[in-house]
Design a protein around this ligand. Structure first.
Ligand SMILES: *[C@@H]1O[C@H](CO)[C@@H](O)[C@H](O)[C@H]1NC(C)=O
Ligand SMILES: *[C@@H]1O[C@H](CO)[C@@H](O)[C@H](O)[C@H]1NC(C)=O
Ligand SMILES: *[C@@H]1O[C@H](CO)[C@@H](O)[C@H](O)[C@H]1NC(C)=O
Length: 468
């Protein structure tokens, strides 16, 4: 038996999953081996109608008045237009442009300590026998709390690759949002917190300065929450090529670039009927191992309901039954915990921070119960929270999932910021909530199965090279 090379360098990464928003993609784009498939035409009809006329994108240019440019190339300011990563960051405003407050992190020293390789090398596999590193990307989101409860029950440690501001969840360090306290709980419980960038852009396709911002903004937000920044990251869509300069940049910023060797494909099996496929992938990988205690590095996503409420417990039961330990990525690589983060010695959490969001400056208070764009619910008689459908209210259907942090208050204790008035201005609020919770997470990657045959062949070829 021979151990496979765990770290590969000089090849660049191939995405095993693909991006939905391809804002910079030129038809002749040859520079990278990352495969991208645009799914840009499936915009809900209502969205198109509401904004008829204003087009944006490569052919049309930027949106007027700082509006957001949707994946399909329409200007507007709804959640669908402005949510990263689908929102086109080069052609208008996006939630990704709202940045966390507080001192920048670029002054934090970035020594490359320890034995685990940093970029431009990348890591696909764990090295410590008998360990399995479960990893969860794209959170925190509404199911993350349940996941933390489950992990506690099994005394399992995992790694969270956190995005700072995508899928319209708001900034992770926003006061009034549940994300910061969830991240602090992860830390207290012994999980590892790593970066999945600020807004889930494809790091091989953005400019160097955009790439830098994607890393540094997430650092600022995580520093505001933890007092430290992570040394581990996973590139969105697993895309970080050598040609684009991405891999080298990861080294410059002092990051370990983490991939995986089991892809549960949970993003394409998020239903009670389909999730068995993800369980099968996990089980088959364990069945096929060449040594009984061979370690594994597993990717899943805590933004998916079935991942949290079904798949993860299956994986925990199976790995426990086989004598494996569920550990963090740092631990499965033999890296001591003090090297998982860089502390910001100048950070003083007692100094209150101001969000630099442009959209929080000039807002008028809603007079008709509607919100969005320039109009905030804060101080209105309809309630302080702006729902994802653009109405003010004070109930959980307004203040909870989908709530727009740029247009009012978001969080559980809306009663304390109430300014009188009725409880609801949107007759459809309840309905819209149940609709939106069923929607699949938008940033999520697409299944390999949906790639064209030529792309699949290319991927296979590449895997053969890697396994060599
Ligand atoms: C969990 O997954 C199984 C398939 O593996 C499915 O039959 C079951 O209904 C799922 N449970 C829930 C609560 O969704
Ligand atoms: C938003 O507010 C700015 C400044 O107050 C104003 O110039 C702009 O026209 C407003 N936009 C809308 C859509 O109301
Ligand atoms: C919402 O507003 C109504 C009317 O002012 C009030 O009775 C109710 O307690 C509020 N609900 C919450 C959750 O604050």
């Amino acid at each position: 038996m021979h151990m496979r090379h765990l770290v590969v360098s000089g090849l660049g990464l191939v995405a095993c999953t693909t991006a939905r928003n391809i804002f910079n993609l030129h038809p002749d784009h040859q520079g990278t081996r990352v495969i991208s498939v645009a799914h840009g035409t499936a915009l809900p009809q209502e969205l198109v109608e509401r904004n008829s006329g204003a087009r944006c994108g490569l052919e049309f240019g930027k949106c007027p008045e700082d509006k957001c440019c949707s994946n399909a190339g329409y200007c507007g300011d709804t959640k669908n237009h402005c949510s990263s990563p689908d929102c086109q960051i080069d052609f208008g405003h996006c939630d990704a442009h709202d940045t966390p407050g507080g001192a920048p992190t670029d002054q934090i020293p970035r020594t490359l300590a320890g034995a685990v390789p940093y970029g431009p090398r990348f890591i696909r596999s764990c090295t410590v026998p008998g360990t399995i590193a479960l990893t969860f990307d794209d959170g925190p989101k509404e199911y993350t709390q349940d996941l933390l409860d489950l992990l506690d029950k099994y005394d399992a440690k995992v790694t969270f690759f956190v995005t700072g501001n995508n899928n319209a969840k708001g900034q992770i360090d926003s006061p009034g949002m549940p994300w910061a306290s969830l991240i602090q709980r992860m830390h207290r419980s012994g999980h590892q917190i790593a970066s999945h960038t600020w807004s889930h852009q494809d790091l091989s396709k953005v400019s160097e300065s955009q790439r830098r911002a994607q890393l540094l903004w997430n650092e600022v937000a995580l520093r505001n929450i933890l007092g430290a920044i992570p040394t581990y990251m996973r590139p969105p869509y697993s895309s970080c090529t050598e040609e684009s300069g991405c891999l080298k940049d990861m080294g410059t910023f002092g990051y370990h670039v983490i991939l995986y060797d089991i892809d549960t494909e949970d993003y394409s099996h998020d239903s009670p009927e389909a999730i068995q496929s993800s369980k099968d992938i996990f089980d088959r990988s364990l069945d096929s191992r060449d040594a009984f205690n061979r370690p594994w590095l597993v990717i899943a996503h805590d933004v998916h309901e079935q991942t949290v409420h079904n798949l993860t417990e299956h994986m925990l039961k199976r790995l426990t039954a086989e004598g494996y330990r569920a550990v963090t990525v740092g631990e499965c690589l033999g890296d001591p915990p003090e090297l998982w983060y860089r502390k910001d010695d100048n950070f003083d959490e007692r100094i209150p921070r101001q969000s630099k969001s442009k959209h929080s400056v000039t807002k008028t208070v809603s007079v008709d119960g509607m919100c969005g764009g320039n109009v905030t619910c804060l101080g209105s008689r309809f309630g302080p929270c702006c729902s994802d459908t653009g109405f003010c209210g004070n109930m959980s259907s307004f203040c909870g999932i989908g709530c727009r942090p740029d247009n009012g208050y978001c969080g559980d204790d809306a009663g304390s910021v109430m300014h009188g008035g009725g409880a609801s201005s949107d007759p459809n609020a309840g309905k819209s909530k149940s609709k939106s919770t069923k929607k699949p997470a938008k940033s999520e990657a697409r299944s390999l199965l949906q790639l064209s045959p030529s792309v699949a062949v290319l991927l296979l070829l590449f895997l053969v090279v890697l396994m060599d």
